[in-house]
Write a protein that binds this ligand. Structure first.
Ligand SMILES: Nc1nc2c(c(=O)[nH]1)N[C@H]1C(S)=C(S)[C@@H](COP(=O)(O)O)O[C@H]1N2
Ligand SMILES: [Mo]
Length: 336
């Protein structure tokens, strides 16, 4: 594992609870230093396919980047008291906005620029398959129909880095109540937007045959869990494109790859659906993978993670991986 260590001691945040106003202030601060070059560097240790290729120009803060993060506010929304805080601070917006996985736009973390090609106007999400009320929703329908709430969740990538993000969205179970899956439905499949014309040249590390579009899936009991969330925003505003605008799945007890971005189709099915990473490499990316320190990835340990949320200088702290990413009380019963 090759990592450039950024020499900055980890300090506990001023407060465990980062209030909305605190991060909004932080955000203003970050925007005022938007032109400062932060000059540090970090190397992606693994990559979903285990490469140790250095990330180029990862740490930067410039106007083009902050412009991508400047989105319409989603307020008013409730702040769900159950998810107001976790045991670590919210990741800086400028950092999180330039450290993304979105393979449609390239195989590095620095896809924020390329992902701006994603066309999000007049977005529609089709809910289909084994449901009583199939329907195609405009994004506005979804925003009007479901009360928005903010939830601060840990995010743990299978590559062993982690962040904390303040999502805005609605629980998946509310959509289920609307569309009413039939008794036959046992799984759900999410399909991400895909257009080979706007995506980058094929990511070489993925090999020859890549099963686009990106798909992911859940058992229906997982989808109905309290934690399962559709995010339409982050940091109080609509999702920037690099996060998977305008709607993506967030499943905080599972590895990040389960959270399909830029969803265009939600399909209720009887059989376990094929998924992108599972099709590419079934032994490395299981359909039902949950964050689990005791189940190593075939090519690396999952015992610890690199929490890269400390600040815009990209310093990070190695922390023990939590079973179910710290959400055991909500989800352990699903896996008895
Ligand atoms: N469509 C699509 N969704 C995706 C991915 C992707 O490459 N394409 N990457 C996944 C992975 S591996 C992770 S860790 C998260 C990253 O989300 P973030 O960039 O918002 O932190 O998105 C997931 N959803
Ligand atoms: Mo990931």
């Amino acid at each position: 594992m090759t990592i450039i260590r950024v020499p900055k001691a980890w300090k506990l945040p001023e407060a465990q609870v980062t209030s909305k106003s605190a991060y909004v202030n932080r955000r203003r601060f970050l925007k005022t230093i938007a032109n400062a070059s932060l000059g540090a560097g970090i190397v992606s240790a693994l990559g979903c396919k285990g490469s140790s290729v250095p990330e180029n120009n990862l740490v930067s803060s410039n106007q083009a980047l902050t412009a991508t993060l400047d989105q319409p506010s989603l307020e008013p929304f409730a702040r769900n008291p159950a998810f107001k805080t976790v045991d670590r601070p919210i990741t800086d917006e400028i950092l999180a906005g330039q450290y993304n996985n979105y393979y449609e736009f390239g195989g590095s973390k620095s896809i924020w620029r390329a992902s701006q090609a994603l066309p999000t106007d007049n977005w529609q999400v089709t809910v289909t398959g084994l449901v009583k009320n199939p329907r195609t929703y405009d994004l506005d329908d979804l925003l009007k129909k479901f009360p928005l709430e903010e939830r601060i969740y840990r995010l743990r990538c299978v590559e062993a880095w982690s962040m904390v993000l303040p999502w805005v969205g609605f629980p998946m179970k509310l959509l289920m109540a609307e569309v009413e899956p039939t008794d036959k439905a046992r799984f759900v499949s999410f399909t991400s937007y895909y257009d080979p014309k706007i995506s980058l040249a094929p990511v070489q590390s993925l090999g020859q045959k890549v099963p686009w579009p990106y798909t992911e899936g859940l058992r229906l009991e997982e989808m109905a869990n309290e934690l399962a969330f559709f995010a339409v925003g982050v940091y109080g505003e609509m999702l920037p494109k690099q996060y998977g605008a305008p709607i993506r799945a967030v499943l905080p007890w599972k590895y990040g790859f389960k959270g399909a971005k830029s969803i265009v189709k939600i399909d209720f099915v009887e059989q376990q659906p094929a998924t992108f990473w599972n099709t590419l490499s079934p032994s490395e990316y299981g359909f039902e993978d949950n964050v689990n320190p005791n189940k190593p990835h075939p090519r690396w340990s999952q015992k610890t993670e690199r929490f890269i949320g400390k600040g815009p200088d990209l310093s990070w702290e190695e922390r023990p991986t939590l079973p179910y990413n710290g959400y055991e009380e909500y989800v352990a019963s699903l896996y008895k």
